[in-house]
Design a protein around this ligand. Sequence first.
Ligand code: GLT
Ligand code: MN
Ligand code: MN
Length: 397
Amino acid sequence: MTQIKEATSDQYTPTKADKFSFGLWTVGNRGSDPFGEPVRPALLPTHSVKKLSELGAWGINLHDNDLVPFDATPQERDRIVRDFKQALNDYGMVVPMATTNLFYHPVFKDGAFTSVDPSVRAFALQKTMHSIDLGVELGATTYVFWGGREGVDAEASKNPVDAIKRMRDAINFLSEYVLDNGYQLRFALEPKPNEPRSDTYFPSIGHMLAFIATLDHPEMIGVNPEVAHEHMSGLNFVHGVAQALEAGKLFHIDLNDQKGPRYDQDLRFGSENIKSLFFLVKLLEDQGYTGPRHFDAHAYRTEDEQGVWDFAAGCMRTYNMFKEKARRFNADPEIQALLQEINSGDSVHAALFSGGYSKAAADQIKAIDFQPDVLARRGYKYEKLDQLTVELLLGVR
Ligand code: GLT
Ligand code: MN
Ligand code: MN
């Protein structure tokens, strides 16, 4: 078998067809944390458009205030938006997704849509409607809602049932706003278990999927799951994404990485959990996910601007390496033969309830002598399969 020297190959270099996108806030992250001030100068949004385009990215996403400052005048807003659109045009970049910053200003210290203060809740709607208008003006077709500070520190402060109802009222109101304006926009709700609040409402993909089914316009609402956020709860991200995909609800995805259940790290995609992120990319590619491959991550605090572009290039390159590994996994004769063997079995039993329930099928299943002790003797060969996967990932097959 011919060995391909991956390190010197350029087959992983990103292109616009890969649909990679970054948030303005990701490459623009200045490295501040709760214990230290910014370490990098602010980047001009138009500069990020240029650099990301040169690196092979396709899209750039934003919160309203990543582009237009919170206190900008209408004239300043129009000038900033005009210059940004010009840069998108000059560098062939799109804005596939937009969102609202409902967490930075002190007004949102008790949340936005779930704040106990009705004036804050109404202001959050106003800010979001303006931000939706901006997103649509820039061409966005997906609008993300990350809960930010929608949660509690003092459990006594809010009835959690009221909080859920308030969030539903807000999403229903904004769905109607989109429909009323004839916008082609779908919402993607992003779960997170905690941080910055000690507990956030709708903490996981599963909670969000259950909530979406209770909304007035569930067809226009899906999820925007993030690798780090599910790992913070110790959950299997691949399984959560699979459930969203299977339900037709994976509208967007936040790719990054995380070292176990702790604070949100937003690390470079594929820098830590190599096997599970391989299976994530395999899932997305095998299932024909066509949405943006969005990176919601940032460079280490140790980096200067060059480190930021190294980080961005690394996210995209690693995605493409996983994609190629998935192709090899699917084409590997030994792995595929083993999978075939593992997934075969008694064809009569396999057919027993494939047609769904009938009284005849129930009677037939009840009448069979399955001999569980015999069935239990089977070895499933997963050690061998998993080792083949590891060898493929480590580049020896
Ligand atoms: C913020 C958060 C992310 C969200 C972004 C969208 S903002 O960086 O940590 O997970 O996706 O609001
Ligand atoms: Mn995110
Ligand atoms: Mn995060």
